[in-house]
Design a protein around this ligand. Structure first.
Ligand SMILES: [Zn+2]
Length: 245
């Protein structure tokens, strides 16, 4: 059908172009409409120049794997409420404070890996920045040191802050994100971290800050994770956990 239409076009063009009629007639086997006509792009054989490779950042990627005991030398020990066999290492892309893609590691319970991957794919696609993401074992499982380094991490077999109960982190069902920009703030408004003092109020502006109603909070809510920034009294702006707490 296209070829027929083009042939008809050539005839019309020839009529209107007088001197070119002979040339057009002699090449009717290969219709060539005037170059100004958009149809020529589909009818005229043209050497195709390959499109240049996209130069943007790589797409989000993630991998879930079993975690060996020796990856958790400090964060797990016998007596923890969840066996390390029920934990998983999630290796995934995150967008850095430097405006570049990075690969981070998180350990979470095997039942929540889909939740984590779903949220972090969104964060990456939004270019939502994260300072760094290492297992808390890089800080010998010292929560204070990990927070002071503004490290995003999940599993840590420890008690809840100010409590003798296990933290949700001990179940691999909680994550702390950009803990310097999103500190744990007491009811009286203080934080234990000197470098976080400028981030104790909400809403506030800043790279990697989480405010009430933010898309980060909504992304976690969609997979059933609640934000510590909504607690009454004490606020834990870095903290998300499955089902809250
Ligand atoms: Zn936490």
């Amino acid at each position: 059908m296209k070829r027929t239409a083009a042939m008809a076009f050539v005839v019309l063009a020839s009529v209107s172009c007088g001197a070119q009629e002979q040339a057009a007639s002699s090449t009717t086997a290969v219709p060539v409409p005037p170059a100004s006509d958009p149809a020529s792009e589909t009818q005229t054989p043209v050497a195709v120049t390959p499109e240049p490779e996209p130069t943007g950042p790589p797409p989000f990627s993630s991998q879930v794997s079993r975690v060996t005991r020796d990856r958790l030398p400090h964060s797990w020990q016998p007596g923890c409420p969840v066996s390390y066999r029920d934990l998983r290492l999630v290796t995934l892309s995150y967008w850095g404070f430097d405006g570049k893609p990075h690969t981070g590691e998180l350990v979470v319970r095997k039942t929540v890996t889909d939740d984590i991957v779903t949220v972090f794919e969104k964060l990456y696609d939004w270019r939502w920045p994260i300072r760094q993401m290492k297992l808390v074992d890089a800080y010998k499982a010292d929560d204070y040191d990990s927070i002071d380094a503004d490290n995003t991490s999940a599993f840590n077999c420890r008690r809840a802050t100010g409590s003798s109960n296990w933290s949700n982190h001990a179940y691999g069902e909680a994550i702390d994100i950009n803990p310097r920009e999103n500190p744990y703030v007491t009811a009286s408004g203080s934080t234990a971290h000197q470098n976080a003092k400028k981030f104790t109020k909400r809403p506030t502006k800043g790279k990697g800050v989480i405010n009430p109603g933010d898309k980060v909070v909504k992304a976690f809510a969609r997979v059933g994770w609640e934000w510590g920034g909504y607690w009454s009294g004490t606020k834990d702006y870095q903290h998300f956990s499955k089902g809250g707490g």
